[in-house]
Ligand binder design. Structure first.
Ligand SMILES: *[C@@H]1O[C@H](CO)[C@@H](O)[C@H](O)[C@H]1NC(C)=O
Ligand SMILES: *[C@@H]1O[C@H](CO)[C@@H](O)[C@H](O)[C@H]1NC(C)=O
Length: 383
């Protein structure tokens, strides 16, 4: 009996359901992305078939069906791929393929994550079998400093001091800068310093004279992005002083007469008054020594004035030293021989001009007194 039953089953397997006593259920087909468990070959009455899904697939619908009276109790469910919902990523994260961030992605999707230019990071996300993302999102940290354009790197800008002033009014060039972060809503902050102190670039600035060749005013521009990346540039101002000092009072010429019997005299004068636009001390040099002895003759006195920028000014005057008028031996003449040669006018500086009254005393036994007096006056005027 057992053998017969057994044979019948074998017969039925080999020759199909049309023969044999048992009714079989129809083969439901192999599930996609999964497999069948149970006797899907014999599919005999009471047999249970179970669907199992491969990794990364999830069953939708019934997992089991029982063969009853030649019919499955239910249609088996289907294995659907597990989906990952868009990952929560940073604001600046970029995915490849882009669809990773726009919709759900099937199991096994690999998303290469990157950042915009200037934010160097790379990472990857993988849609795992349980619908969760594995891996790491990028951290988009801006590491690119802003691009700041200076008038020209290390440039020296030269201005001349304003007339009569120790400064020059200067307008700084308008800074020009951009940054990668601006495309993503990033804000930049700009600041400027002049000689290390914060200044506004919109205002005019009065820069003082820089007298020596390597003295400069330094202007620095600084742009910072929100990530703290900084771009700096600096340039230099040289303020030249080309204005010479002004000598407002130069001593006038001096004429002096030595004392009787001396051929030198001490001469002193007042120092000239000097002003300079720089407002700084100027150097004053005189090529003659004040209150020193000057011999008979004419002497040029020259003041050399120069400011710290080596602008020069000069001032000159003359000192004339004369011998005093001496009493001419021929005046007053009280006695003279006939045929006397009258005093030579060129040499007849007999009296100081102020002292011509002495001619009133001039008497000559040979020339009428009145004429003699006139000769005396005329001759002595040369003094
Ligand atoms: C199918 O049925 C035959 C006879 O009843 C049995 O010997 C065989 O083992 C069955 N096949 C499976 C896969 O169970
Ligand atoms: C020269 O000396 C006199 C007398 O000492 C003084 O009053 C005068 O200021 C001096 N002038 C200069 C140029 O130093």
């Amino acid at each position: 009996m057992n053998w017969v039953l057994c044979f019948g089953v074998v017969f039925a397997v080999v020759f199909g359901s049309s023969e044999g006593s048992q009714i079989r259920c129809k083969f439901p087909g192999h599930p996609k992305n999964g497999y069948l468990r149970g006797d899907w070959i014999n599919r005999s009455e009471g047999e249970t078939l179970r669907v199992e899904c491969y990794e990364g697939f999830k069953l939708k619908g019934p997992s089991e069906a029982v063969c009853k009276n030649g019919e499955w109790t239910t249609a088996l469910g289907k294995c659907e791929v597990v989906m990952c919902q868009p990952p929560k990523t940073g604001r600046l994260s970029i995915s490849d393929p882009p669809s990773c961030l726009t919709g759900s992605s099937p199991y096994g999707t690999l998303c290469r994550m990157s950042c915009p230019p200037g934010y160097p990071d790379q990472a990857g996300l993988f849609c795992s079998k349980d619908g969760q993302w594995e891996g790491r999102d990028v951290v988009c940290k801006d590491r690119q400093p802003p691009d700041l354009k200076c008038p020209s790197k290390d440039q020296v800008i030269t201005h001349q001091s304003d007339p009569g002033k120790a400064t020059a009014k200067v307008s700084f060039p308008t800074p020009s800068y951009t940054d990668n972060s601006e495309a993503h809503g990033g804000k930049l902050s700009f600041s400027a310093t002049l000689d290390g102190k914060p200044v506004s670039v919109k205002k005019e600035h009065e820069l003082s004279i820089t007298p020596r060749r390597f003295d400069y005013h330094e202007v620095k521009y600084i742009v910072t992005d929100e990530a703290g990346n900084e771009a700096k540039c600096y340039f230099l101002y040289r303020i030249q002083d080309k204005e010479a000092p002004k000598i407002t009072s130069c001593p006038s010429n001096i004429a002096l007469t030595t004392k009787k019997g001396e051929n030198m005299i001490r001469v002193s004068w007042k120092e000239p008054t000097v002003t300079d636009n720089s407002g700084k001390d100027v150097s004053v040099f005189c090529d003659r020594v004040n209150y020193s002895q000057f011999p008979v003759g004419t002497h040029l006195v020259r003041y050399h004035v120069s400011d710290r920028s080596n602008n020069k000014a000069f001032c000159e005057f003359h000192i004339t030293v004369k011998l005093p008028c001496i009493d001419h031996p021929d005046f007053p003449i009280t006695s003279v021989n006939p045929g006397i040669v009258l005093p030579d006018p060129a040499n007849a500086c007999s009296y100081p001009a102020s002292d011509l009254t002495k001619c009133d005393d001039a008497v000559s036994p040979f020339v009428p007194n009145l004429v003699w007096k006139q000769i005396c006056r005329k001759t002595c005027k040369a003094c």
